[in-house]
Design a protein. Structure first.
Length: 91
């Protein structure tokens, strides 16, 4: 399974695949990551709010769009999962 992760908010600082941490840097930007398909992805923002995604629910290649925003000193992390190649606009 291939996934691409897009970061739409500067507050989303890193993501975790099982127990390995990754940060959103140019090295991962717009590049596909190959996974087995049974991993748990976890996204964190600067307020340590989390969103989790169980990849065992998906069988095809996917794009994940992560965004984080701040509401009254609290963070909210949201992720959207779409088939790979689907255009998504975030306003």
């Amino acid at each position: 399974m291939k996934i691409r992760i897009y970061n739409h908010g500067s507050n989303t600082k890193k993501f975790r695949v099982n127990n390995a941490d990754f940060s959103f840097v140019n090295a991962h930007k717009d590049k596909a990551i190959i996974l087995n398909g049974n991993e748990i992805l976890e996204f964190k923002d600067q307020f340590l709010k989390k969103a989790k995604l169980d990849l065992s629910n998906y069988k095809n290649d996917i794009d994940i769009h992560a965004l984080s925003f701040r509401v009254v000193n609290r963070g909210i992390v949201t992720i959207f999962v779409v088939p790979m190649g689907t255009q998504v606009s975030v306003y």
